[in-house]
Ligand binder design. Structure first.
Ligand code: CP
Length: 311
């Protein structure tokens, strides 16, 4: 493995999932990363990604350096050829070449800005990091995908032992507009399995065809939830009316009554979650969310281990 920015960076997603679960069973420390440095660059906030990736690197004997680039660093210019006499002080090509000089592996978190679909869906920031980095790059969530989360989610589903589950990805309410990255990425990984997958969301919240091709799409949440083994819930804003939040009439919060429609289904969410908005307390308190969060450590460790083995 060189970079890890999507499912396409692994030849065998199922084998990677098994590697995650094996690391969980046998979590003895490794010296593979001794003398190597992981640099983590955050354009956006994080709790799980930051801590689980740091922990994973430590488990492998790596040193870790972390920077919140917004506020702590110079303002970054992303356009080539710009006359930089305005508010930006450092060009992305200079910043990334310098940072990668301090690291053996780099991670970057860069959310969608939700202003220009082309800029986000062409992964402008992530691709600048890939282009200018002299070391392998791990996505810590990009504009359109969150592969470490999706690998974790697949491992969490796999460890329950159900290899042909009915999985429902349900849109849920949120007071702010959120990117499509987690939903896109979950579909990219779950459709590589034998799961029977349905996406359910209000009209106007269709995801890009790139991620829903071949997946059943519904606008009727209660029908979709019937007999589900896993209910993966996430909010996202409109893709077609990019960055907008069209009005939603029905109540899409996942509650206990809705979970009763499932096949004793397990509720999943990547966290952080707005309690009693996305799902009720009772649903969250009887869910897989903490298993998912714990598995982030082993997913990051598996990815870092594969990258270190190729250095
Ligand atoms: N799920 C997830 O990526 O959490 P953080 O945003 O806290 O890293």
């Amino acid at each position: 493995m060189t970079n890890f920015t999507s499912i396409h960076d692994t030849d065998n997603p199922q084998a990677l999932v098994q590697q995650v679960l094996e690391l969980k069973q046998n979590s003895s420390p490794s010296t593979l990363g001794m003398g190597k440095t992981l640099g983590l660059i955050f354009f956006n906030p994080s709790l799980r990604t930051r801590l689980s990736t740091q922990k994973a690197a430590t488990n492998l004997g790596m040193n870790v350096i972390v920077m919140n680039i917004n506020g702590d660093a110079w303002n970054i210019e992303f356009e080539d050829g710009t006359v930089m006499n305005g508010s930006t002080q450092e060009h992305i090509k200079d910043a990334v070449q310098v940072i990668s000089g301090y690291c053996d592996v780099m991670g970057v978190r860069t959310f969608a800005k939700l202003e220009d679909p082309q800029e986000d869906y062409q992964e402008k920031v992530l691709n600048n990091f890939i282009k200018h980095s002299s070391v392998p790059l791990v996505s810590l969530e990009s504009a359109t995908l969150h592969p470490l989360q999706s690998l974790t989610d697949l491992a969490t589903i796999t460890e329950t032992g159900n290899s042909t589950p009915k999985v429902v990805l349900s849109w849920a309410p949120h007071p702010k507009k959120l990117p499509q990255a987690v939903a896109n990425s979950f579909l990219q990984w779950i459709t590589a399995t034998d799961a029977q997958t349905t996406v359910v969301h209000p009209k106007g919240y269709e995801l890009s065809d790139e991620f829903t091709d071949g997946v059943e799409v519904s606008h009727d949440q209660e029908t979709a939830l019937k007999d589900a083994d896993f209910v993966y819930t996430k909010n996202w804003c409109s893709y077609a009316q990019y960055g907008q939040t069209p009005p939603v009439e029905k109540d899409w919060t996942i509650n206990q009554q809705k979970m009763k429609l499932t096949n004793n289904g397990k509720f999943m969410h990547c966290l952080p979650i707005r309690r009693n908005v996305v799902a009720t307390d009772e649903v969250i308190d009887n869910s897989l969310v903490y298993e998912q969060a714990k598995n982030r450590e082993y997913a990051a460790q598996a990815v870092l281990q594969n990258i270190l083995e190729e250095l």
